[in-house]
Design a protein. Sequence first.
Length: 76
Amino acid sequence: MAGRIYGEIGMRLSHHRRRLNMSREEMSNYLEVLPEKLSLYECGYELPTELEMLKLSKKFNVHYDNLIFGRGGKPK
């Protein structure tokens, strides 16, 4: 398996999910993916699809760019 190249994005996804007091199972049901897939996202091994990222940004009430690039919302 590839390394955790998306670790920072995964940490942001996990942070926002926990902020809403949602379990991985609840969030995976919302995204319509298996809990194992959500775990791969949050651990930084894979990225959600664009549609999943849009659903996440809506659920978390944060801009899409914030999920990808962090608080500033812009690439470094």
